[in-house]
Structure formats: structure tokens, C-alpha cells
Design a protein around this ligand. Structure first.
Ligand code: WTA
Length: 572
């Protein structure tokens, strides 16, 4: 097979100049020396990301360019330092301290970033929640982590089942005309009068910092715990992979409810002190291009679904904007189709650089670098300091071009440190103690490039968001008409996958369009809009194992007209 190769720009003055050389000689403590804690011993991510730049003479540089339909605001590093200090003081005054779980459930606004950084300055563990979550999803996460405080808005508080969360002590409302009571705190009222200085809680590198809930194929969403030490890798990948330099203007389109929106929407760009663009509101091709043009974005990190939607909007829309500021474009979250890379070359005249990683890995692991040749369709090569391999189910390395489990040698700085409350689940990620097994299948070619093949489990990636079929199935069977439900991801040209539900009805219910619509909105209201099945099919019964587990692989085979494989465990 002849592989297409895209060469790097000859003129590129890239941070990572010679991948092979760097890969062969790199040790992580080269990065550690960049941090103030290397000499002071005082660790805090928010200090390194914000205050350090303000304290070292870069306080007047813009840290945040914020815009949405109604607001357009800039904040310097000095202002970010002061506003996050104020937010920290508000939280400290209501009892937030080291290790407390503080959830943030609000749309992207500057305040979200003030409270996120403020809580981290107190040594709290922040749980960011996507604003589209509905009551059931919010409850599962707050309950599992025994959250002490939630910071939300008057619009969203209705989705927080306060009475069912005995550990929840305080609700901080960010909005106008908030009525305070013993539990409810008016954010702006206290923020206004809070002082701009704050005593930072210095923590250990291994102390908890952020808790991202994510889906697997079984069970409820799990809380993936990351620690302050992750900054070592955020910092290095900001340089090598994002290729950020002092005067860059960087935009990551992800919401902080997902790991990309924190690791690469907050920490990485600010650790290297660049200006970070945050855009609130929903996706539209015009708004996105406008954002790049308005802010003269130079480095842009987004997802295949978004690129496909932009591609679908047509080159005429693209041609209405001046995107000549763009220098470097990256993608994450799902397979980046070669077709999309070709579109990027055609319209932007730039290569789109794929990056591979997961919530659990905390930061990028396998990437395409600006100085490296790209093979469209490949995720690239491991970052310096990381060993990646394809292993069999026992943990033996496989030779090139053999498909198997994509695995990473344990010990990279941003690796998750726990699954909240579930040590056995955490252990289950590691094969023979040493290899972290990702749940993705892939192969490595003879040049060391990794190629994604699919998920080993039933996790669905829809429009760049990771959803677990079990969570949706559990919600579906709560509907009075639903007896059983099996959920799969069905390939889709724009969204990567869409959610399809197979449903058997209880006695007394008959399939109809109205019932479908009702069930769909039941999931939307109970979980989240993006978790609602776009397609539904009613069946008299669903394929199950003898122990009663729905066989999703059989549903998938039916759907895609594939052989159903071994059916020996299926009930008669
Ligand atoms: C998938 C997002 C193909 C993969 C940061 C992984 C990818 C899951 C890529 C993690 C890529 C991520 N090519 N697939 N470049 N990047 N994935 O936890 O299946 O939301 O296991 O983290 O997304 O999704 P998560």
C-alpha cells in the first residue's frame, strides 16, 4: 500500500525540532526544572498557570479573550490572578478547603474560569460538569464523589436535586437577584467585596486537583482523578504538540466539562503563558470562523466532528473570512479522516494534526508534530517520555502491523491516579501491572506510526463526546413503556457515530412515532441531549446471554449486516 505523506513546512521554527532525537534522549525531570516548585517545593497548578506569569513581569499580557453573543471581555494575567483570588476567597469563606469536592455546573463564561482556578488555589478537587447535563447525570456525579459545594447558575439549579444530596453543604449561584439562605450563596455579592489577595494552599504534587466523570461500557460513569503533577505533561505538550510560543493566540473549542477543555482549554496554554481564547455559546460555522478572524487565532485545537461540519458548510462560508493568522491546527477525540486532512490542506493550506489521548491519560500521548511527516489517518507517534505499544490480551508486545490493544507503559506524569471510590476499577486498566490498556484497538506500522482501529468495548463516541451505552440503557428502562433496551453506536458521516437504541416494550404498549419521541425526550430530560438516541428500533425481544446481559455486539451486527459471530452464550 502506498501511503500519502504530508511533509512539514520547510520554514517552520518549531519547538520540537527533531522528534527522533528528542524522543531518544528525553527525561521528564528536564520539564520539572521549569517549575517554581522545583526550587521552592510549593506546588499549586493555578499558581503556575496564572500567578507565576503575573509575578514574573508578564501581568499585563492578555490571558483570556472571552466572547459570546452578549459579552466580549479581555483579562490580563494580573486580572486573572486577582479574580481567581477573589473567587478563592468567596469559596474559602463558605468552608472550602483542601481535598473538598467542588462541582462547577455552568456555561462557559469568565466566571467559570475564576471559580475553577480559585478552587484549585484552595487545594480543592474540582468536578466540572457539562452544562447540558440533566438531573440524573448531575446527581450520579455529585453523589458518587460526596460533593460539598456546587457552583451553578439560577437557570441550572433546577437540575441539581439538592434534597437528595446529603453531603452537599453549599450552593453558590452565579447570577442576578439571588436570594441567599442557609445553603445558598450569592456569588456576585461576595465576589464584589472579596479581597484580591489570597493565601494559596500549597499541596503535594500527588494531591487531587480535578475529577472528570467519564463513561465506560458497563456501570455508571466513573470519576477519573487527576493530580497537580499533571502540569509537567501539560506544559511539555503545550510546547511540543501545540507548538505554543510567547505571542501565540490559542483557541481550544472544547468545554471544560470534558477533559480537553481543562487540560488544553485551561492548563496547557496558561502554563506556557499564552493568550487563550474562550468562546461561549453553541457551534455555528460562521461564528467559529469569525472567532478566528476576530482574535487572530494562530493555534487552533478542535475535533473531527467540528471539522466535518465546517467542511459540510462549504468553501463559500470559509471564503467569507480571513483566517490567515492560523499557523497550526490540531484535532482530538475521534478518528480524523484522511478526507478531512485533505480538506484542511485545500482550504486552510495547513495540515490538521491528529492527537490521541483519553480522559484517563490526562494529556496527549500519541501525536503528530509540526516538524514531523504526517500520514493522514494516523494518530502519529508517542510523545517523548512515553512508551506506547500494541499488546495482546496478556500484555505481550506485538510486532508492527498487527492489530491489538493500544497500551501505554505506566508512569507518564498526567496519568489518572484513581477512579473515585473504586480501586478495583482502577487496577483493571493495567495489564501485568505495567501496561495501561486504553480500550482502543490499533496497530503500529513499520515506521512507528499508530493507526486507530476502533474501541475494544462498546463505548460510543458521538460528535466527539464519549457516552456509555449502559448509562443510556439504564435511563431507557426507567421509562414505563420500556422493558429492555440495548444501545449501540452506529457509524455516521458527520458525527462519527450516532446513538441507536433497540427497545422491547412492556405489555400494553405498541410501537409508534409518538412513543419514540416521548422516550427520546425522556432521555434528554433525564440525562443530556447528546445522550438521547437519534435512532430507535422496537423489537419483540433483544439478544441476551444466558445470564441476562444484552448482547450489544449482536445488535451491532444486525445493524451493520455483519456476521453475528459466536452465539454460544446466547439464551435460546
Ligand atoms: C477516542 C478525549 C481516534 C478513543 C481526549 C479514546 C480517538 C476516546 C482519538 C477517549 C484520535 C481520542 N483518534 N480516536 N485521535 N482521540 N479518541 O475520554 O476511542 O473523551 O479511547 O478523551 O476517544 O475519549 P475521551
Amino acid at each position: 500500500m502506498i501511503t500519502e505523506i504530508l511533509s512539514p513546512k520547510q520554514t517552520g521554527n518549531h519547538n520540537l525540532k527533531n522528534y527522533e532525537e528528542q524522543y531518544n534522549s528525553y527525561e521528564w525531570d528536564q520539564a520539572e526544572q521549569q517549575f517554581s516548585w522545583h526550587t521552592t517545593g510549593l506546588v499549586n497548578m493555578a499558581y503556575e498557570a496564572i500567578d507565576r506569569h503575573a509575578d514574573l513581569g508578564k501581568g499585563s499580557n492578555v490571558a483570556l479573550y472571552y466572547s459570546d453573543q452578549n459579552r466580549k471581555e479581555n483579562y490580563t494575567f494580573q486580572e486573572m490572578k486577582e479574580f481567581s483570588n477573589k473567587a478563592g476567597n468567596v469559596l474559602r469563606n463558605i468552608g472550602v478547603g483542601k481535598g473538598d469536592r467542588v462541582f462547577i455546573f455552568m456555561p462557559r463564561t469568565p466566571e467559570l474560569y475564576f471559580v475553577l482556578l480559585g478552587a484549585i488555589k484552595l487545594g480543592a478537587i474540582v468536578g466540572p460538569l457539562f452544562e447540558a447535563f440533566m438531573e440524573g447525570a448531575v446527581k450520579d456525579r455529585l453523589e458518587d464523589s460526596s460533593a460539598k459545594v456546587i457552583i451553578t447558575t439560577p437557570d441550572l439549579i433546577g437540575r441539581v436535586p439538592v434534597d437528595e444530596l446529603p453531603d452537599l453543604q453549599k450552593i453558590v449561584l452565579v447570577g442576578s437577584s439571588v436570594e441567599e439562605d442557609a445553603q445558598t450563596v450569592d456569588f456576585y455579592r461576595h465576589f464584589e467585596t472579596a479581597t484580591t489577595t489570597l493565601e494559596i494552599e500549597w499541596v503535594d504534587r500527588e494531591d487531587g486537583m480535578i475529577l472528570h466523570y467519564t463513561s465506560g461500557s458497563t456501570g455508571k460513569p466513573k470519576g477519573v482523578l487527576h493530580v497537580h503533577n499533571a502540569m509537567v505533561q501539560h506544559y511539555e505538550t503545550a510546547k511540543w504538540v501545540l507548538d505554543l510560543k510567547e505571542n501565540d493566540i490559542y483557541w481550544c473549542t472544547a468545554d471544560p466539562g470534558w477533559v480537553t477543555g481543562t487540560s488544553y482549554g485551561v492548563f496547557a496554554p496558561w502554563l506556557v503563558g499564552v493568550s487563550n481564547v474562550i468562546r461561549g455559546g453553541r457551534f455555528s460555522p460562521d461564528d467559529w470562523y469569525q472567532t478566528i478572524e476576530d482574535h487572530q487565532v494562530t493555534v487552533w485545537y478542535s475535533a473531527p466532528t467540528a471539522f466535518r461540519m465546517l467542511m459540510g458548510a462549504g468553501n463559500d462560508v470559509f471564503n467569507n473570512y480571513n483566517l490567515s493568522s492560523l499557523r497550526h491546527v490540531l484535532s482530538v477525540g475521534e478518528p480524523l479522516n484522511p478526507e478531512v486532512v485533505r480538506w484542511g490542506m485545500e482550504v486552510m493550506k495547513l495540515r490538521i494534526h491528529d492527537t490521541w489521548w483519553m480522559t484517563e491519560t490526562g494529556a496527549q500521548l500519541i501525536c503528530n508534530y509540526p516538524s514531523m511527516e504526517i500520514k493522514p489517518g494516523s494518530m502519529g507517534k508517542p510523545i517523548p517520555g512515553v512508551e506506547a505499544a500494541i499488546v495482546d490480551d496478556k500484555g505481550n508486545k506485538l510486532p508492527p502491523n498487527r492489530m491489538g490493544n493500544l497500551a501505554i507503559k505506566k508512569g507518564w506524569p498526567s496519568m489518572m491516579r484513581a477512579i473515585w471510590n473504586r480501586p478495583e476499577k482502577y487496577e483493571s486498566y493495567f495489564l501485568s501491572g505495567d501496561w495501561y490498556v486504553s480500550g482502543d484497538s490499533a496497530y503500529m506500522d513499520e515506521d512507528g506510526y499508530f493507526w486507530f482501529q476502533g474501541r475494544v468495548d462498546d463505548v460510543i463516541m458521538t460528535a466527539g463526546e464519549r457516552v456509555g451505552p449502559f448509562e443510556i440503557e439504564s435511563k431507557l428502562v426507567e421509562h414505563p413503556a420500556v422493558a429492555e433496551a440495548g444501545v449501540i453506536g452506529k457509524p455516521d458521516p458527520v458525527r462519527g457515530e450516532i446513538i441507536k437504541a433497540f427497545i422491547s416494550l412492556r405489555d400494553g404498549y405498541a410501537p409508534s412515532e409518538e412513543l419514540q419521541e416521548e422516550i427520546r425526550s425522556f432521555v434528554k430530560k433525564g440525562l443530556a441531549a447528546h445522550a438521547a438516541p437519534r435512532e430507535m428500533e422496537f423489537k419483540d425481544s433483544l439478544p441476551k446471554t444466558r445470564s441476562g446481559k444484552i448482547m450489544r455486539r449482536v445488535l451491532k451486527a444486525w445493524e451493520l449486516d455483519l456476521p453475528t459471530g459466536d452465539l454460544s452464550t446466547m439464551e435460546d
